[in-house]
Ligand binder design. Structure first.
Ligand code: HGY
Ligand code: MN
Ligand code: MN
Ligand code: MN
Length: 402
């Protein structure tokens, strides 16, 4: 059994990396120095386990027990990057659990006939370059390499320069069909981003589905002017239209029983005593099915356009990334549900497992999060539940690799 103490020991070697600010949140944006330290941590832990480490053409890290070239690999893992001031567990829990599961398989005397790998996918949160699950989407061809070379972060740094600085060749970005074809099963363990397991009093659960979701950019244009001398009746203020769009987002989500959020806004010139000339807002919209998602986004867009006409401003909406509905219905998920005897539940959060599920027999395991909070410092999981998660992951991998 992986004791909570043993889990805490490995966890403790990773968790201080990238903890930013006094709120205890994490700042681990991909390809930054912090991320490179996290990646070095992973490589060291993998080499300590005599795993063969490789970095693929898209920057994803793979630690192999057995022959990478062999068909039918059993892969587990997750990501190490975070949203700004995110929680400790979203991503890293799956990576640490994967490494500990390799230890446990060896202690149990399991002799895999299929290679096992622990993977770290890059840029899962999309917090730096705006596209979630970028590493797994590039590998599967779900995101175009040429489009990736057009990605820049908010400081204007090109993705190509960021990965080049880490020693990768940007020209090699792109689909990796041979690698993908060699994967027989993928299992991602992840902290639950909600409280269903807490309410069910269960330490571990199995994913049934991932809600379809999308990210949309709203650009509002109006008329910049002096904040002090411009009469209210003469204004064309894009911030007013933006504000009404945020209210419309909340109301539409409640009407449609969906989740919709505006968590990021920008204004230009962003000065206290100047009426904004332009403003932007990013919408994250999610719903239990694709049809509801489309209705939700359409109604938000229509209300934004209607308000723009009232304000004499102009609004455009651009879809930045769309993720279709993911159902975890394959053999591995069925085995997971049977093997674990745990609750089976959907999630509104996107994951690399969702991207791979279109190509590989995939399952997701969730570990209880007593606060239910995620993408914030209050995200939590107990060492006891995490060590149960490692055992359950080990049970599943043991079944899959023989
Ligand atoms: O945003 C998401 O759904 C995931 O946590 N990256
Ligand atoms: Mn995650
Ligand atoms: Mn996340
Ligand atoms: Mn002045």
């Amino acid at each position: 059994m992986t004791s909570p103490e043993r889990f805490a020991a490995l966890w403790g070697s990773l968790s201080p990396i990238g903890q930013a600010g006094d709120d205890g949140g994490y700042l681990r944006h991909s390809w930054t120095d912090t991320d490179l330290v996290c990646r070095e941590w992973f490589v060291e832990e993998a080499l300590d386990r005599d795993l063969e480490v490789e970095i693929d053409r898209n920057g994803n890290l793979w630690a192999w027990w057995g022959e990478p070239e062999q068909e039918g690999a059993v892969v587990t893992g997750s990501h190490l990057d975070s949203v700004p001031h995110g929680g400790a567990y979203d991503g890293p829990l799956g990576v640490v659990s994967g490494l500990l599961a390799v230890d446990r398989l060896r202690e149990r005397g399991v002799r895999p006939i299929r290679p096992i790998a622990v993977v770290v996918f890059t840029e899962e949160e999309g917090a730096r370059f705006g596209v979630p699950c970028l590493g797994s989407r590039l590998m599967t061809g779900a995101f175009d390499a040429a489009a990736a070379l057009r990605l820049r972060d908010r400081d204007g740094v090109w993705l190509a320069d960021a990965i080049g600085r880490a020693g990768l060749d940007p020209d090699r970005l792109g689909p990796d069909p041979e690698r993908l074809a060699r994967i027989g099963a993928f299992v991602e363990l992840h902290v639950e981003q909600g409280r269903a397991l807490d309410h069910l009093n269960a330490p571990v659960g199995v994913a049934s589905a991932i809600w379809p979701h999308g990210r949309y950019r709203f650009d509002f244009t109006g008329e910049g002017n002096h904040a002090g001398t411009t009469r209210m009746s003469d204004r064309h203020d894009p911030m007013l239209t933006l504000a009404h769009t945020v209210v419309a987002t909340d109301e539409a989500a409640r009407t449609h029983g969906a989740h919709a959020t505006v968590g990021r806004v920008e204004a230009a010139p962003n000065a206290t005593n100047a009426i904004a000339a332009r403003a932007s807002a990013w919408l994250d919209a999610r719903a239990a099915d694709g049809e509801t998602l489309q209705k939700l986004v359409d109604s938000i867009r229509e209300r934004a356009e209607k308000r723009a006409r009232m304000d004499g401003t102009h609004v455009t909406m651009t879809a930045e990334s769309i993720t279709g509905e993911v159902g975890f219905t394959g053999e591995v998920s069925k085995l997971a549900a049977l093997e674990l005897g745990a609750p089976v539940l959907p999630t509104g959060a996107g994951h690399d497992a969702g991207v791979l599920s279109g190509h590989v027999d995939t399952a997701m395991l969730f570990v209880r999060n007593p606060t239910g909070i995620s993408h914030a410092p209050q995200e939590s999981a107990s060492a006891a539940d995490c060590s149960i998660g490692v055992e359950k992951l080990t049970d599943l991998l043991a079944r899959l690799c023989r």
